[in-house]
Write a protein that binds this ligand. Sequence first.
Ligand code: UD1
Length: 427
Amino acid sequence: MEKFVINGGVPLKGEVEISGAKNAAVAILPATILAAGKCVVENLPAISDVDVSLHILQALGAQIRLLNRNTYEIDTTFMTGTEVPDDLSRQMRASYYFLGALLSRFGRAQVAMPGGCNLGPRPIDQHLKAFSALGAADSVDYGMISVRGKELTGAHVFFDKVSVGATINGMLSAVMAQGQTVLENCAKEPHVVDLANFLNMCGADVRGAGTDVIKVRGVQRMHGCTYSIIPDQIEAGSYMVAAAATGGDVLIKNVIPKHLEPITAKLVMAGAEVQELDDAVRVSRTGEIRPIKINTMPHPGFPTDMQPLMSVMLSVADGTSTVTEGIWDNRFRYVDELTKMGANIQVDGQVAVIEGVPELMPAPLRASDLRAGAALVVAALMANGTSEIDEISHIERGYERIVEKLEALGADIRRVERNPAALSQAL
Ligand code: UD1
């Protein structure tokens, strides 16, 4: 029942510190199960997807201690649970990583069909393909997925589709299997590499993450470690777009510029200036936004999660842009909201044709998923006047302290709790 109220039209200026990567955190937290020991995980973003992952670990019997806002000690030594509570797993897509981790340690796991962003069909056949190649059996019953396999054995798995989730579950299930597993046609995203680094710190033998072939030599046991999660590529990209779209000048700190290259390249083509520093990028724009073409692809292509944000910026470009979505079937749901703001976007299947308009106008808006929600925040920051965004819980799944970070850049944004009494009177 909370919403953001944004008074837009102010160029963002100043510095922002990027948090740890959501998509790495939601893989590494289940992976602590494999350590069967104490892990100290640093640079965890304070977002609801991380809270849900920690609650699942606790429900399964892990002991969790908060060391500071972004660091937790997770002790999985005595945990025994193998069934993820439904209400928790349905809150987050990545709860399927508990399948791979629990299967690997206990030989069994049960997880409800995961929730998360509605971007069209989100099958998990490639995850199950990896489990089955290692010798596990699976069943789906009344929305619950169960996997079982006491003696997992290394195998050769060729993924039919490049999938981040299947690559990660493939690694999780193979680390303690007997012998070698070769995973082919793997996803190469930075968080795939981050998980492999974490697993290796815990005693696993994973090689090749970041290329399309990953080799995992099974080890008998693993142990705890201290690990710091990489910065969030998409959060950084979101602030980069926000800076460029509002004609601002922002230093985005605590990033790995290499991870941002596909985003940087498109922003520069669209007329922004991007300066790469050691662990920061500075993004500014003074001239017109130029129209460009974008095709989303697996890493190192342009990330699908940045697509809604870039489309928002291109809606005021000086000409016609085309954006082709190559990963998800249903990723243009934010376009109706942008149309309310005066944008001129025609969607035909997987392609959006964006005719630039001079400006966006403020409007009441509704976030339909995480990145669409972030895109609407940027749209509201661009529009002169007051916009309100509802259903911000989607946004808070993935952006730590977004209000504080934007306020520090000069944005006029407030998080407003709806007054339940006023609401009941209105009904
Ligand atoms: C992850 C990200 C998400 C991002 C996506 C693509 C996390 C928690 N989420 O999602 O933000 O948008 O990568 O970069 O890291 N597919 C199949 N069968 C499968 C698995 C996937 O056909 O078993 C298809 C999907 O429908 C989709 C494509 O493969 O079309 C890519 O999906 P995948 O990379 O698996 O996305 P997620 O891991 O769910």
